[in-house]
Design a protein around this ligand. Structure first.
Ligand code: ADP
Ligand code: MG
Length: 370
C-alpha cells in the first residue's frame, strides 16, 4: 500500500500544502512546533477518521478558519483511490472515496491502513487497560468493518444499560433487552480480540526475539473481564447474571469488553509493571511491528508506517533491525525527526526528505544513497 499524494488545506498550521511521497523512506525534518506531527496526524486521519491526539475534530482546523480538508491518493494492489475528508467547524464531517461521499464512515475507513508509533505509545505498556483496549480496537477496526459496527453498537447499548441501572427502580424486562444486545455485540468483540491476540502473540514473540538477538521471549495474553470456557455468549450471559446484584448496587455495567485488558510477559516478568525502560520500549516496537504483520495477514497488503519522533529514541541495533524489516517488506515509511543527523547513517535506502517549516513542506532531496 502506498500513499502517493497528500494535500492539506487549513489543517492545523498548514494553510495549503501538497506533497508527493516516495515508495521507501519519507523523512520529515524540521525544528519543534513546525508541523511534523500535524502532517502525520493528517495521514492518520485519512486512515481512521480520527486523530491520534485529540478527540475534538475542531482542533484540526487552522485557527480562524471554517473547515479543514485532507486529500490523499492511495495506491493498492486493487487499484488507486482518492480519499478526501472535509472537517467543518460546525456539522458533520464529509468523507469521500473517488469523489463519492460515504454516508457511513465505516465505508470510508480501511481504504488506507497504517501503523502509527509515537513516544506516547509507551502508554501501551505502562498505561492503564484502556490504552490497550484502544490499541486492539484501532487495529481490528482497520481490517474488519463488522467489528467497527459491533463496537459502535456495544457502546450505545452500554450507555443505555448504565443509565437504566443508575435509575435504581427500573423495568427488569427492559434490562433483559439491553443485556441481550450487550451480549450480542460484546461477544463478537471478544471473539475478534481473542483471535487477534493469538496472532499478535506469535508475531510479537518472533519480533521481540529478532529485536533482542534471541535474548527475550515475549508472551501476550488476552484478559477478558470474566472467565470464558466454551461458548462466549453463554459465558457472557452467565457472568452478567452473577454480576447483577453488584451491578444493581453500583449502578453500572461491571463486566464486558469495556473492561478487557491483555498482559505482556517476558519470561515470568509482567512487563507492564516490572519491565525495565529499555524492555518496555522494545516491547512497544515489537508490538508495532507485529501490528504491521497482522494488518498484512488480514488485508493482504502491508499498511504504511508512521514513526513520529521515535527515531532518535531507538538504539542503533533496533534501528537497523527496523530498517531490515521495512526494506524486506517494502513498507512505505514516514519518519519525523528534529535531528538531521539521524539521516546520515542511513545508507543504501531509497529516501525522500521534506523540510517542514511553519506549516510549509518542501522537498529537500530525493535520492538513493549509498
Ligand atoms: N488548529 C491549529 N491551527 C493553527 N496552528 C495550530 C493548530 N493546532 C496546532 N497548531 C500549531 O502547530 C504547531 C505544532 O505542530 P506539530 O506538528 O505538533 O510540531 P512538530 O513539528 O514539533 O511535530 C504549533 O506551533 C501549534 O501552535
Ligand atoms: Mg511532533
Amino acid at each position: 500500500m502506498l500513499l502517493s499524494k497528500l494535500s492539506l488545506e487549513k489543517f492545523r498550521n498548514y494553510k495549503s500544502a501538497s506533497l508527493t511521497f516516495g515508495e521507501g523512506l519519507n523523512f520529515l525534518i524540521g525544528n519543534n512546533a513546525q508541523g511534523k506531527t500535524n502532517l502525520l496526524e493528517a495521514i492518520f486521519y485519512l486512515c481512521h477518521l480520527s486523530s491520534p491526539r485529540t478527540s475534538n475534530d475542531n482542533d484540526l482546523i487552522l485557527f480562524g478558519s471554517e473547515e479543514a480538508k485532507v486529500y490523499g491518493e492511495v495506491k493498492t494492489e486493487l487499484g488507486t483511490y482518492e480519499l478526501e475528508v472535509v472537517i467543518p467547524e460546525k456539522g458533520r464531517k464529509k468523507a469521500s472515496v473517488d469523489g463519492i461521499v460515504q454516508s457511513r464512515y465505516t465505508d470510508f475507513q480501511g481504504h488506507l491502513t497504517c501503523v502509527y508509533f509515537s513516544p506516547d505509545d509507551l502508554k501501551l505498556v505502562k498505561g492503564g487497560p484502556s490504552e490497550r483496549r484502544r490499541f486492539m480496537d484501532l487495529e481490528i477496526s482497520q481490517v474488519n468493518p463488522y467489528y467497527r459496527h459491533a463496537l459502535n453498537q456495544y457502546n450505545k447499548v452500554l450507555f443505555q444499560r448504565n443509565n437504566l441501572l443508575k435509575e435504581g427502580n427500573f423495568d427488569p424486562e427492559l434490562l433483559d433487552v439491553f443485556s441481550q444486545q450487550l451480549v450480542e455485540a460484546g461477544s463478537l468483540i471478544i471473539e475478534k480480540r481473542s483471535s487477534m491476540l493469538t496472532r499478535l502473540n506469535l508475531l510479537s514473540k518472533l519480533l521481540q526475539r529478532r529485536l533482542t538477538e534471541l535474548k527475550e521471549s515475549l508472551s501476550l495474553k488476552y484478559e477478558p473481564s470474566f472467565p470464558i470456557e466454551g461458548d462466549v455468549k453463554n459465558a457472557f450471559h452467565k457472568a452478567l447474571k452473577e454480576a447483577f446484584p453488584e451491578e444493581k448496587n453500583k449502578g453500572y455495567t461491571l463486566i464486558g469488553p469495556h473492561r478487557d485488558d491483555f498482559s505482556m510477559y517476558i519470561d515470568d516478568i509482567d512487563v507492564r509493571t516490572y519491565g525495565s525502560q529499555g524492555q518496555q520500549r522494545t516491547v512497544v516496537l515489537a508490538l508495532k511491528l507485529a501490528e504491521l504483520e497482522f494488518l498484512k495477514s488480514e488485508s493482504g497488503e502491508y499498511p504504511i508506517l508512521l514513526l513520529d519522533d521515535v527515531f532518535s529514541e531507538i538504539d542503533d541495533i533496533r534501528r537497523r533491525k527496523l530498517f531490515e524489516i521495512v526494506r524486506q517488506n517494502r513498507v512505505q515509511t514516514f519518519i519525523s525527526t528534529a535531528n538531521p543527523k539521524d539521516l546520515e547513517d542511513i545508507v543504501g535506502e531509497q529516501k525522500r526528505v521534506f523540510e517542514i517549516k511553519r506549516g510549509c513542506a518542501g522537498v529537500k532531496h530525493d535520492a538513493t544513497f549509498g
